[in-house]
Design a protein around this ligand. Structure first.
Ligand code: GLN
Length: 482
């Protein structure tokens, strides 16, 4: 038996029965990282001593009967989530060497539940991107084919889970950054309802859209991790006063009688034929189990990319103002205060980040604010309304997660518009704050295709049940874990 091929839930069961020790599991993963990460490039920081020390703390919790169902299970953490006394770089030169003095709430919760931090994983700089190629430090490779992108921005998270060098990972999703890479790597990625997981300690990108969520090799693993990190947090003013996500009824999920809406605009020929075929085949399998799938029209999603790429950069331009070379991370000397700030920001931010700061600043400036930012907010409200109306008649909306399978590294890096259009299917859930999940639904040209399910705000439990039931019918992929 190889510990690194087991699901997180299975590992948790072995650990709680004390058939295996937390230290053994951690060591097995540290060995796998040492062996495989030189080709995958998922990790930015691995600290074996720290991981083993955390495993010992987890073991005492397990021994005391204090750990949750994932007690002793390791988890990789996206490097825009603050970890006390451990580098948190956002894959940006601006934060090179920055060591937060505090933990993000999700990290505190992981520790309380007995999980073990395995290291910090790569992302597009400040989570801005769709391929992980905007990292200032390294490329991450898709475990299905090292010449291809793992997706982004949480590409380190998806590659680690699919490639057998983490059983679980945390990512963040502002416009699709959990679901899209999950889709390209053939794993499960879940964006909970906005406010269900605390953003305290997540380095802010687009604060009204950002949400932390789990990656797992199956729905149960993702659900258990979501349960561990969710729940109200007084340190995040947008946190919902609701209990953590419950998983006890996960396996009661049924397809019979479930009404699914399939938006035609998300099934357009902008998507690859192989992706559309897989999604249609998946719909047919769900229908064979008693679900109904009805084609609907959601005209507003055509404006999703345009709208998102005004709102997210606007919020980013304000959030990233704090990186002045004085308060955090690295500094480039210039003449005087203004010169130093200008030199730091000019030299240390990457191209995509600078482009977004400029777009956002423009959209928010006097004279343009109404034409761009306010207009975008109006379209956002319209889109949220359109989906809410759908949710009156349907249990969930179904679509491809990404219009394409994993593309070659470098293939789209000179075509920013093509990259941004890949967010079409994932953006609506961020705009409306509702939960959405990507599960694998087959292969196209030997590469994974993701199926997205979206449901009303605060229906996270029902969505996970539905995804679990769909997974039983669609089966899982043979991941390149070895
Ligand atoms: N691809 C989108 C972007 O570049 C989404 C990023 C995200 O969700 N963090 O902004």
């Amino acid at each position: 038996m190889s510990l690194t091929t087991l699901s997180a839930a299975e590992l948790g069961r072995l650990l709680s029965r004390r058939d295996v020790a937390a230290r053994e599991v951690a060591q097995a993963y540290l060995d796998a990282i040492q062996r495989k990460d030189p080709t995958l490039g998922a990790y930015l920081t691995v600290d074996p001593e720290r991981t083993l020390a955390e495993a010992d703390v987890a073991q005492s919790k397990i021994d005391a009967g204090d750990a949750g169902p994932l007690g002793g299970v390791p988890v990789a953490i996206k490097d825009n989530i603050s970890t006390a006394d451990q580098r948190t770089t956002c894959a940006s030169k601006v934060l090179k060497g920055y060591i937060p003095p505090f933990d993000a709430t999700v990290c505190t919760r992981l520790r309380d539940a007995g999980l073990v931090g395995l290291g910090k994983v790569n992302l597009d700089e400040f989570a801005m991107g769709t391929s992980c190629e905007n990292s200032a430090f390294q490329l991450t490779h898709n475990p299905w084919d090292p010449d291809r992108s793992p997706g982004g921005s949480s590409g380190g998270s998806s590659a680690a889970v699919a490639g057998g060098i983490a059983p679980l990972a945390l990512g963040s999703d502002t416009g699709g950054s959990i679901r899209m890479p999950a889709s390209l790597c053939g794993v499960v990625g879940f964006k909970p309802t906005y406010g269900r997981v605390s953003r305290y300690g997540l380095v802010a990108f687009g604060s009204s859209l950002d949400q932390i969520g789990p990656f797992g090799r199956n729905v149960e693993d993702a659900a258990l991790l979501a349960a561990a990190i969710s729940g109200h947090d007084p340190r995040d003013s947008t946190s919902l006063a609701r209990p953590p996500i419950a998983t006890d009824a996960l396996r009661s999920g049924r397809l019979h009688g479930i009404r699914l809406a399939l938006p035609l605009e998300l099934m357009s020929d902008a998507a690859e034929p192989g992706v559309l075929d897989s999604v249609r085949a998946a719909c047919a399998k769900l229908e064979a189990e008693g679900a109904t799938v009805e084609e609907v029209s959601t005209p507003s999603v055509r404006y999703g990319v345009t709208t998102y790429y005004l709102i997210a950069p606007s919020e980013a331009s304000s959030n990233l103002a704090r990186f002045d070379g004085i308060r955090y991370g690295s500094q480039v000397d210039g003449s005087g205060h203004v010169g130093t700030v200008a030199a730091t920001r000019g030299k240390l931010f990457g191209h995509e980040v600078k482009a977004r700061i400029m777009i956002g600043t423009y959209a928010l400036s006097a004279g343009y604010y109404d034409a761009y930012y306010v207009r975008a907010q109006q379209v956002r409200a319209l889109m949220a309304q359109e989906f809410e109306t759908l949710f009156d008649r349907f249990d969930a909306v179904i679509s491809p997660t990404s219009p394409v399978v994993a593309f070659r590294l470098g293939e789209l890096s000179r075509d920013p518009l093509a990259l941004k259009l890949l967010d079409t299917c994932t953006i609506p859930a961020n705009m409306g704050g509702f939960p959405a999940i990507s599960i694998p639904c087959g292969l196209s040209d030997g590469l994974p295709v993701g199926l997205q399910l979206m449901s009303p705000v605060m229906s996270d439990e029902k969505l996970l049940q539905l995804a679990w039931a769909a997974e039983q019918v669609l089966g899982s992929l043979d991941l390149p874990l070895g």
